[in-house]
Design a protein. Structure first.
Length: 47
């Protein structure tokens, strides 16, 4: 199985969108590069 990870951004912050709705975003951090590194360390090959 191939998994394509994605990072959603809103105002420079890493967010998860509820059903793609930007008005219902949960903030997970303010460093997208760090989040990308975490995905890579977890084995993600695509971002």
């Amino acid at each position: 199985m191939i998994v394509f990870t994605a990072i959603d951004l809103k105002g420079g912050q890493v967010v998860r969108l509820a059903e793609g709705d930007m008005d219902r975003a949960t903030v997970y951090g303010d460093n997208p590069a760090h989040q990308a590194t975490l995905f890579a360390q977890a084995g993600s090959q695509f971002l």
